[in-house]
Design a protein around this ligand. Sequence first.
Ligand code: GDD
Ligand code: MG
Length: 360
Amino acid sequence: MKALILVGGYGTRLRPLTLSCPKPLVEFANKPMIIHQIQALKEVGCTEVILAIAYQPEVMLAFKDEWEARLDIKITISQENEPMGTAGPLALARDLLDDGSNEHFFVLNSDVICEFPLNDLLEFHKSRGGEGTLLVTKVEDPSRYGVVVTEADGKINAFMEKPKEFVSDKINAGIYVLSPRILRRIELRPTSIEREVFPAVAADGLLYAMVLQGYWMDIGQPTDFLKGLSLHLESMNIHSHDSLASGPQFVGNVLMHPSAKIGEDCLIGPDVAIGEDCEIGDGVRLSTCVLMRGVKVKKYAKVVNSIVGWHSRIGAWSRVENKTILGENVGVKDELYVNGAIVLPHKDVKESIQNPQIVL
Ligand code: GDD
Ligand code: MG
């Protein structure tokens, strides 16, 4: 079986992290986002994953070489000359997806995280016999997503992308099984699967929805990234408890890379991910935050509700909080207060930032 992951897009909502690294490669719970997906696809029996990319081919090619070997799965890059939207890439990869075997394939948005019940989705799709089956979930504010109206057996009567008025609280989770037949509807041009393809398939009564069990999050923006981390760590707590940190310095769910070093008298957690080669000094307090690879937090600093980019440094007795996002290689001097700042890569913060702002 094959799968296609929609990797393109600039990832603007996750800046400044995406100024250094394409969104799908930003580490979520210490692994590039799409690795969570590729591993789940491999587990359900996929032998080839097609990455549909629109930008930064060099980075993705390096990624392919490394992870193809590490995960033992074929990774094919399908590169667009211009961004083809969310449906165009399927037409571009038509020959790969429809190789005559008439086999169903998966399509995933690259920024969604959940427990990936892909086998259940596949079985559901086969039992309904439509052209496509979507995983759907319930959210509080459906207006930011694709919304579906379904019948009791899961048949989708209507699909509406980001409707202004409330129609339903069931939304498209960005994970599909499609039959090759659906490709006949997709032209080779920039086009949206949500705005052009799904509404038409639904109108023909051939689109289905399966309700997702467990957590789900689109982690394409900072607040949701942290919320998604908290949900993901709780799921790890239930399913693979031993991979979380334990000991008197930890509270709640904390994921710490084995190479990270931590000082004495720290209080870490809940909902913290500490990346590879991080160094944390004595008496540090961390909660609801992500430290990407190579971050240094000096003694008695506090980081709350924030994301710290690769190789950034936080000075002693400093306090970083309120959705601060530090890009790659940012330095925060000792004894500063950083409140809700977005700091671009390679900057040195030398004075406190009292109110949320962007530091260029
Ligand atoms: N290859 C390629 N080319 N990929 C693209 C392009 C493109 O031109 N444009 C966007 N993508 C990828 C993005 O990288 C992402 O993985 C996926 O397509 C969806 O784009 P987003 O920009 O993240 O869309 P969204 O979050 O606003 O909405 C989508 O996801 C929601 C669930 O999170 C829609 O599918 C909604 O219906 C859905 O509810
Ligand atoms: Mg998204």
